[in-house]
Design a protein around this ligand. Structure first.
Ligand SMILES: Nc1nc2c(c(=O)[nH]1)N[C@H]1C(S)=C(S)[C@@H](COP(=O)(O)OP(=O)(O)OC[C@H]3O[C@@H](n4cnc5c(=O)[nH]c(N)nc54)[C@H](O)[C@@H]3O)O[C@H]1N2
Ligand SMILES: Nc1nc2c(c(=O)[nH]1)N[C@H]1C(S)=C(S)[C@@H](COP(=O)(O)OP(=O)(O)OC[C@H]3O[C@@H](n4cnc5c(=O)[nH]c(N)nc54)[C@H](O)[C@@H]3O)O[C@H]1N2
Ligand SMILES: [Mo]
Length: 763
């Protein structure tokens, strides 16, 4: 057994059914209730569900999809994924209390799979694993903070510490956390964004001057065409299907670009609509382009080429020449560069015909009301930044930026990952941001850039970083190269995790390890001046409040804000001018400081109390581009192809319907017809035959990189509709295959969606 990875065992119960051709509907609602009620009492579960995304309720912890403008969601607009995330947090049937840790040593817990670890319930007390100890044991909060403070202060330099953040942390906690970390003296603040939408942030900053979506919620319903590329909304942003369905009813055409026929892209049944339930759902996608993995740059370029031809045929009708002239730079060079590419070759790279691409372009050639949505299918490739740049080229040609019903729409993952970045969780802070911190807090913030996620792992591995502090998340499982990352963490003197639930990263530890249990989104947060709320930013840039509604499962839990405040006191030893106690006693005071520091948060406390929250300013939305020359930029990007040798396949690592990132809720992936097993490999039938394999055969996956072979054992071959040469499996089990230095250019995001692998039968 490899102690760094989840156990590589099969359940022995795999059932393969038919993939779904529509998402949501009654089964999803029933499943939602099942999930919540199974793990908790009726009263607690019901209370949690009816307060999800409601005014005075809490922000759904599952994804960053916004509520309709100016409102919270309609009553019970919850989705199965949200319900599962809530169920996971509110379950009371079990608790990961000290009894559990007395019963199982760390070595024994490592033998359990991730589903089992998660099922142990909420953490209830601070725990410590002392040097050489076999079991975690309770520790008081005071001692825990003192220990961390001492270890941090004993480092040769603050840059020997790493402070990771996962995207559930609230604005208030994130702001205070980055303030503490910078007062301590480092910018080593990697976050989950580095593995997620960093490529988006880099590309959009380069082309539009702001790394965020340019659309508002209302725009989806006003669009004429929505293109959804490399995103699986039925599973990962199910509430997005509501405005998509509305858009369809308004006549919008939807184009899906994906190697898989994901159920949520095909049709949608609105669970609250009797008509849909009785008569079947709404067909969503008008045109499905089943592309090869990582061919989207070629696709976008082919579309741009066709648009230029169409413009020649109907001058002034296809491109928005006024927009291009007034607001953009680089158009002529871009148009010229297109001559170097052959339409037939571009189409062939995608595994499509020119006719199919023409069909897509025909849908939007005469309208600028085009929205392009994307997620991990675009961001996690070596050329991800270039691919997203090419998406922007297309939108710029059409003049689709800064209009109603058009725009760039990256779909963020974690519910506050975008807000965390706005609050300053970033290893590469802008000088203006640091200047503001200096002005408001009267200290000299460190100016040197810190480590991103991958660099942080490398620094720990090389012994340059010795303390790892995780504000949420499951670092060892989320990062690539599982074995290398584990070695890196094990070299640390101290690893600390602020967590709601037990996960494998608690078990892959440094010389000393701490688990600090915190309140989650659903928990009431009582502080010195009374009950507090927090706030989060959605994918469209709306900041809204979130109130926990349930009594915490243990009196020992602290809010993330309180944890940061105590940590700052224990570490900075009165060397800071900040009154940490007052701030953790009253979050309004933190919001006042955010208002003073970060542009766009004027009257934060007043605005955040409005139902539905408020939009923070967004340049591209009003055609203000904060690039060097104030223009939006066309860029020249060259498609690259993966040269596969005979026997090689290109692997993308995706989420199943029963997981939230590294948290496994169950072993099914219902929409793809998979039951009772996660270790599956989706393959094209011709590839299966060609490699001499058979359906349900058990195989090992190998990746070769820099002269090193990495292997993930025991996956069951499942024939599936996927282009030749492409294959898919779930993460985190496959992270062991991704070399730590296999990252996207410019954004450093691990290439989780394009790993060259070979497949051999398991011995
Ligand atoms: N229920 C649930 N919700 C979630 C999450 C979760 O794990 N569970 N995670 C949250 C987080 S943090 C994130 S970032 C988002 C992730 O949301 P998604 O990005 O939807 O997640 P993935 O499963 O990684 O799926 C990527 C999709 O891209 C496709 N794809 C892969 N490679 C390519 C490619 O080269 N080109 C194209 N065109 N398509 C490709 C895959 O087939 C798949 O449909 O979801 C968030 N919401
Ligand atoms: N191969 C591969 N790897 C990937 C990806 C992929 O598509 N393929 N996707 C990447 C992406 S998009 C992302 S975002 C990362 C995710 O990386 P992470 O954000 O690090 O991982 P999560 O699984 O979301 O973290 C789950 C843990 O967070 C803790 N938690 C939950 N809620 C809270 C809370 O409110 N507060 C605190 N303090 N803790 C909480 C729980 O203990 C839980 O175990 O993974 C990345 N890794
Ligand atoms: Mo993500």
């Amino acid at each position: 057994m490899n102690p760094n990875t989840p156990p590589e065992e099969l359940t022995g119960d795999l059932e393969i059914g038919k993939p779904y051709t529509e998402a949501a509907g009654i089964p999803a609602v029933v499943k939602s209730f099942e999930h919540v009620l199974q793990g908790t009492g009726l009263a607690r579960g019901w209370k949690a569900l009816v307060n999800l995304n409601q005014k005075d309720g809490f922000d759904c912890p599952s994804c960053a999809w916004p509520d309709p403008d100016g409102q919270r969601s309609s009553v019970a607009e919850y989705c199965e994924s949200g319900a599962k995330a809530v169920a996971d947090e509110v379950m009371t049937k079990h608790t990961a209390s000290p009894v559990l840790f007395q019963r199982y040593s760390v070595a024994e817990l490592l033998e359990k799979n991730d589903l089992w670890l998660g099922q142990q319930g909420r953490l209830t007390q601070p725990l410590i694993l002392r040097p050489g100890a076999t079991h975690y044991t309770p520790i008081s909060w005071t001692d825990a903070f003192q220990l961390i403070g001492n270890q941090l202060n004993a480092l040769d330099s603050p840059d020997e510490a790493i402070f990771y953040t996962s995207g559930r942390t609230s604005n208030e906690a994130a702001f205070l956390y980055q303030l503490f970390v910078r007062m301590f003296g480092t910018n080593n603040m990697p976050d989950c964004s580095n593995m997620c939408h960093e490529s988006t942030s880099v590309a959009l900053a380069e082309t539009l001057g702001l790394g965020k979506a340019s659309v508002k919620y209302d725009d989806y319903e006003k669009a004429d065409v929505i293109m959804i590329i490399g995103q699986n909304p039925g599973t990962n942003a199910p509430r997005m299907l509501t405005p998509l369905e509305q858009a369809k009813r308004n006549g919008c055409k939807i184009i899906a670009v994906n190697p898989l026929h994901e159920a949520g892209l095909l049709a949608f049944k609105y669970p609250q609509s009797v008509r849909d339930v009785l008569f079947g759902g709404e067909k969503l996608t008008d045109l499905f382009l089943q592309v090869r993995i990582n061919s989207d740059l070629a696709l976008m370029k082919a579309m741009c080429k066709i648009l230029l031809e169409e413009e020649k045929a109907a001058p002034g009708k296809v491109l928005d020449q006024n927009f291009i002239k007034q607001y953009t730079a680089g158009y002529d060079a871009f148009v010229k560069s297109l001559d170097h590419f052959d339409l037939g070759e571009l189409a062939a790279q995608c595994g499509l015909t020119v006719g199919q691409i023409q069909e897509a372009v025909d849908l939007f050639k005469y309208t600028p009301k085009l929205i392009i949505c994307w997620a991990m299918g675009l961001t996690q490739h070596r050329n991800a930044v270039d691919t997203i740049n090419e998406v922007i080229n297309l939108l710029l040609l059409k003049g689709s930026i800064g209009i109603e019903g058009g725009g760039a729409s990256p779909i963020r993952g974690h519910s506050n990952v975008q807000g965390d970045r706005t609050m300053g969780i970033w290893e590469k802070p802008k000088p203006e941001f640091l200047d503001s911190l200096q002005r408001v807090f009267n200290f000299e913030p460190p100016r040197q850039h810190g480590y991103d996620t991958v660099a942080a792992v490398q620094a720990m591995h090389e012994g340059k970083a010795k303390v790892f502090f995780g504000m949420g998340g499951n670092f060892s499982m989320a990062v690539s190269d599982t074995n290398y990352t584990a070695e890196a963490l094990k070299k640390c003197k101290l690893t600390v995790h602020v967590s709601t639930k037990l996960n494998r990263s608690h078990l892959i530890h440094g010389e000393t390890a701490l688990i600090l249990p915190c309140l989650g989104r659903t928990d009431r947060d009582r502080q010195a001046t009374g009950e507090q709320f927090i706030s989060c930013e959605s994918t469209t840039g709306v900041v809204a409040q979130s109130h926990g509604v349930l009594d915490p499962i243990s009196t020992h839990l602290k809010s993330e804000v309180a944890i940061v405040a105590e940590l700052a006191k224990a570490t900075l030893n009165g060397k800071s001018t900040v009154d940490w106690d007052s701030l953790s006693g009253n979050y309004d005071l933190i919001r006042d400081l955010i208002e003073q520091t970060i542009p766009g948060f004027d009257k934060y406390n007043e605005q955040v109390r409005k139902p539905g929250g408020f939009y923070i300013p967004n340049g591209p939305r009003v055609r203000t581009f904060k690039t060097k020359d104030g223009k939006a930029h066309f860029t020249i990007n060259t498609p690259t192809q993966h040269e596969l040798q005979p026997g090689e396949l290109l692997l993308m690592t995706v989420r199943s319907h029963d997981q939230f990132n590294t948290t496994v809720y169950g072993n099914d992936d219902r929409y793809r017809g998979i039951y009772n097993e996660r270790r599956v490999l989706f393959m094209n039938s011709d590839d299966i035959a060609n490699l001499g394999l058979q359906e349900k055969q058990v195989v090992d996956l190998h990746s070769q990189y820099g002269g090193q072979q990495r292997t993930a054992h025991r996956f069951i071959v499942v024939p599936y509709s996927i282009p030749r040469g492409c294959t898919a499996a779930y993460f985190p089990e496959t992270n062991v295959l991704i070399p730590i230095d296999s990252v996207a250019e410019k954004s450093h995001t691990p290439t989780s969606k394009s790993i060259i692998v070979t497949v051999t039968p398991t011995n």
